[in-house]
Design a binder for this molecule. Structure first.
Ligand SMILES: Cc1cc2nc3c(=O)[nH]c(=O)nc-3n(C[C@H](O)[C@H](O)[C@H](O)COP(=O)(O)OP(=O)(O)OC[C@H]3O[C@@H](n4cnc5c(N)ncnc54)[C@H](O)[C@@H]3O)c2cc1C
Length: 439
């Protein structure tokens, strides 16, 4: 079927950002603070992506144990959260979704970013390696936006894929990490409940037939405030977060199995007896989808080597390789635990470098990617997908977009100047202090 339609060009801007999760917010704010007009299109009804709409429990580590590595924009958001009564430290900051939504609204608005919720990026028109327009859809219908530089922060690499970028998805067979529908709980007696001690009774519960799927991988319920906790348990195995049918099936199935976890916590663990489900995420928690092919593919060897990228490093990070098992089998669970807890976990003070080239998709001149869909292999993906790292790549992408808007070419950039700008905005790049002296 051919469907043609003339649509209005409603947005003309320096920088267009697709998706308002941690990467998108960081990118949009950084671009605006560096003097650009910015339009940010968010498909849902709030900023924050997984961290708000999917009810993810916490921001994982911002420190390598010695230094604050997710500094800059990430630090700013965490400080606002702590100021507004969220619990935590630089090792983890607990999410109160409604507090975090307001913080993002404020920070994006204060930066002067133009934005619209309920606005889906549905297509891109590209020619000769450049995106000409993106096509948006909202309640008012279809319209187009035109920018000098585009940044894909959809998590799934939607815009890059629509613009013709190459990508990888999952392992050699296309199998991806499972999703999880996170949940918000009230009525937990945190004086009695022990947060991370939820696995001890699991075998008994398996024997008692509490669960339809015997899945040993349970991150748990994390205290957020008062008697509240954020739950991350249950896996949507075999789900594809780029397929709405698959997402639909996963949502329904996850909502169906959450009462099994409720029964487990209430019956087998102390302090959870009176817990009550408040909400499940309005977005499915999607761990893994597209990894866009970029000028560099950050790989496991870079994790192992604590890689340094003298030429174009834009940040450093340290989270272990956290690859959730692809099925509920014991073998897959043990392999995932080995990677996360033993094989690919750094000692204090160790980090890997993040090069600018993982933000530049092969074959496209005016597109950057940031957040979950950057150029990397599956192992590195399982580290860099977490939110502090998404802030790092988002802030770098927004800053780089501001530096390249006049040329319209994301490769025409002096990486040292980018680094200098990032350093002056608080980013952790101590090795490159000498950049500041060069002119
Ligand atoms: C179950 C689960 C638990 C996790 N736990 C943690 C944790 O404890 N700590 C941690 O730091 N990280 C955790 N993560 C990882 C982390 O939440 C995500 O990887 C991270 O949020 C990715 O950020 P992002 O900005 O790239 O994308 P997202 O957070 O996915 O945000 C993307 C945004 O883009 C919007 N969007 C998508 N497509 C379009 C489109 N076509 N048009 C317009 N808008 C669009 C979405 O609505 C969304 O708001 C977890 C992830 C999952 C799934």
């Amino acid at each position: 079927m051919l469907y043609q339609k003339e649509i209005p060009l409603r947005i003309e801007t320096d920088v267009f950002v697709a998706g308002g999760g941690p990467a998108g917010v960081a990118a949009a704010v950084a671009a605006a603070r560096n003097g650009c007009s910015v339009f940010l299109a968010e498909g849902g009804g709030c900023f924050g992506g997984m961290g708000t709409a999917s009810l993810i429990p916490l921001f994982v580590t911002m420190t390598d144990g010695v230094s604050l590595v997710a500094a800059g924009f990430c630090q700013e958001i965490m400080e606002r959260m702590l100021d507004q009564g969220c619990m935590g430290s630089w090792y983890d900051v607990r999410i109160r979704p409604e507090v975090l939504k307001r913080i993002y609204d404020d920070v994006v608005t204060e930066a002067g970013v133009d934005y619209a919720f309920f606005t889906q990026v549905v297509d891109a028109v590209s020619q000769d390696g450049k995106i000409q327009h993106v096509i948006l859809h909202g309640k008012s219908g279809f319209y187009a936006a035109k920018a000098k530089i585009y940044i894909d922060c959809t998590g799934d690499g939607d815009l890059a894929a629509m613009a013709g970028a190459q990508y990888e998805k999952g392992d050699a067979n296309g199998i991806m990490q499972p999703g999880t529908l996170c949940s918000l709980w009230a009525g937990i007696d945190w004086d009695t409940a022990v947060e991370m001690d939820h696995l001890g009774q699991l075998d008994q519960a398996f024997r008692d037939g509490v669960f339809t799927v015997q899945d040993r991988s349970i991150p748990g319920i994390f205290r957020s405030v008062g008697f509240m906790g954020n739950g991350s348990f249950g896996h949507a195995f075999g789900m594809d977060g780029t397929d709405e049918r698959s997402l639909t099936k996963a949502m329904v199935n996850m909502r169906r199995i959450i009462p099994e976890y409720e029964r487990y916590y209430k019956t087998y663990l102390k302090g959870y007896e009176k817990m009550e489900l408040v909400a499940t995420g309005s977005l499915m928690g999607v761990r893994e989808t597209r990894r866009i092919l970029c000028d560099y593919r950050l790989g496991l060897e870079d994790f192992v080597n604590r890689a340094v990228f003298e030429e174009d490093e834009i940040g450093r990070y340290c989270y272990p390789v956290d690859m959730h098992p692809a099925d509920a089998g014991k073998e897959a669970y043990e392999a995932s635990e080995r990677m996360f807890r033993r094989d690919y976990r750094y000692k204090e003070g160790e980090t890997y470098g993040i090069p600018y080239r993982i933000l530049t998709p092969v074959g496209l001149d005016n597109l950057l990617v940031a957040g979950r869909c950057v150029g990397c292999d599956r192992y590195m993906f399982a580290s860099i997908r977490v939110m502090p790292a998404c802030f790092i790549t988002g802030q770098a992408a927004g800053t780089a977009a501001a530096m390249t808007k006049d040329s319209g070419d994301v490769r025409r950039i002096d990486p040292r100047l980018l680094r200098r700008k990032l350093r002056s905005a608080g980013a952790y790049l101590p090795k490159y202090a000498s950049d500041d002296r060069e002119d």
